[in-house]
Design a binder for this molecule. Structure first.
Ligand SMILES: Cc1cc2nc3c(=O)[nH]c(=O)nc-3n(C[C@H](O)[C@H](O)[C@H](O)COP(=O)(O)O)c2cc1C
Length: 405
């Protein structure tokens, strides 16, 4: 999924941010895409074609009048074979040309000729970006179906701070993956995914938390997005950035998580609870920082948190997780039944390279029918897709219809 195996045409125009396109090209290649680069003449003032040629191992198109270039004979060849076209950075000048439908260089010509989705990542001085001409051009391009990513706010080449920075490569890639997956097998379905730990406050500066990194839930949310789903990710505090192309809701405590999940599932087709909410919370939160005092011990009274997934009822698929350190399958089966789940992902946190904080997971999928599927040790991104493969089958088996398809 994502950009793997896809042909991405990367257009680079004459912005000071053109050097960042080399990093984007490299990340696309590392993610398994085939990348063909087209540069404007101005872009070549900032970075050489050799850089892109070395990164992509493909010829770089700079001039379609060059008789040695394949593109001079088949000038729309890249437009036809592209799975998606990305222009990063897109200058104000280039946006104006695209909005006007000009085709006087290979980049504009390819953008005009391609039927593939077009993603534009503008980068320019803040005043150029805010100018009504640029804003109108962006609106025109969006109305015609282009996806615009960024620009972001930050320090600009001029030394001023404003909106005009090229979006980060990861952000562009996230939106690109979502764009490529728009027609995927979860198109028209809303999926709610929870992720990460919760923090249960003791006083204004201390809390009880756990070691959940959020990686598994984030991987599921991103994989669902890349298969065309409308995704809401409800997450506790993690070190991970909000994934592009989906809605992220931040919560802190298990009670927050319950409230937001219950709100979000109303129009959802499936809920996947990969969060690790605390089972207990301090009975009360001290208003001021608790002082050490003279006593050698301290007792904190804990009260039980609600069982969120068991409490959340409605006409949607319920998928839960069981992170266990002993009697994995037995404990997971009990949870499957008690919580009324359609599927439980049993996760042996004592297995090597499995569970919290690592990028891999060793899981079993258990279903009420008694079916048990053992997956090998896989990357969490692969586990995410295997879970979603089953979700797609279960949605179909339940006769759940996608919306607006
Ligand atoms: C040093 C320098 C930096 C520039 N940076 C940008 C920029 O970040 N964004 C932009 O829209 N134009 C920028 N320009 C202006 C473009 O390079 C100019 O409009 C050019 O004609 C764009 O051509 P192209 O759109 O065909 O690549 C810059 C110009 C110079 C001289």
């Amino acid at each position: 999924m994502g950009v793997r195996g896809k042909h991405i045409v990367l257009g680079v125009s004459g912005s000071i941010a053109a050097y960042k396109a080399a990093d984007l090209a490299s990340k696309l290649i590392q993610a398994g895409a085939r990348v063909s680069v087209i540069m404007t003449q101005a872009a070549r003032e900032f970075i050489t074609p050799l850089t892109f040629r070395s990164i992509t191992h493909q010829p770089v198109v700079t001039d379609w009048w060059d008789p040695a270039s394949d593109l001079s004979i088949q000038h729309v060849a890249l437009a036809e074979s592209a799975d998606a076209m990305v222009v990063a950075p897109a200058t104000a000048d280039l946006l104006a040309k695209l909005a006007a439908g000009l085709a006087d260089d290979p980049l504009c010509g390819t953008a005009l000729a391609t039927q593939a989705p077009l993603l534009l990542a503008p980068a320019m001085d803040a005043h150029m970006f805010e100018h009504p001409a640029t804003q109108q051009n962006l609106r025109t391009l969006q109305e015609r179906g282009a996806t615009v990513v960024g620009p972001e706010r930050g320090r600009l080449a001029s030394g001023l701070t404003g909106t005009g920075r090229l979006a980060a490569a990861e952000t562009i890639m996230g939106h690109l993956a979502a764009l490529l997956g728009r027609q995927g097998d979860l198109k028209g379905y809303k999926i709610v995914v929870s992720a990460g730990p919760t923090e249960e406050p003791l006083d204004p500066v201390r809390h009880i938390a756990n070691r959940s990194s959020g990686k598994m839930g984030f991987a599921i949310a991103e994989a669902a997005r890349d298969r065309g789903a409308r995704v809401t990710l409800v997450t506790g505090p993690t070190a991970l950035p909000d994934p592009p192309g989906l809605r992220t809701v931040h919560i802190r405590t298990a009670l927050n998580l319950r409230d937001r999940v219950q709100e979000e599932v109303r129009d959802a087709h499936a809920i996947i609870m990969a969060a690790a909410p605390a089972d207990f919370r301090p009975a009360s939160m001290a208003e001021q920082k608790i002082k050490k005092g003279a006593e050698a011990t301290m007792v904190v009274e804990l009260v039980k948190n609600p069982d969120i997934i068991a409490e959340t009822r409605g006409d949607f698929l319920k998928i839960g997780f069981a992170a266990e350190s002993e009697e994995l399958l037995k404990n997971a089966r009990t949870k499957l039944v008690e919580k009324g789940l359609d599927l439980i992902v049993a996760n042996d946190i004592t297995a090597e390279n499995s569970g919290f904080a690592v990028d891999t997971n060793k899981v079993f999928l258990l279903e009420p029918s008694g079916q048990v599927t053992e997956l090998p040790l896989l990357l969490k991104t692969e586990v995410a897709d295997r879970i979603l493969d089953r979700v797609v089958e279960l949605l179909a088996a339940r006769g759940k219809r996608p919306v607006g398809v």
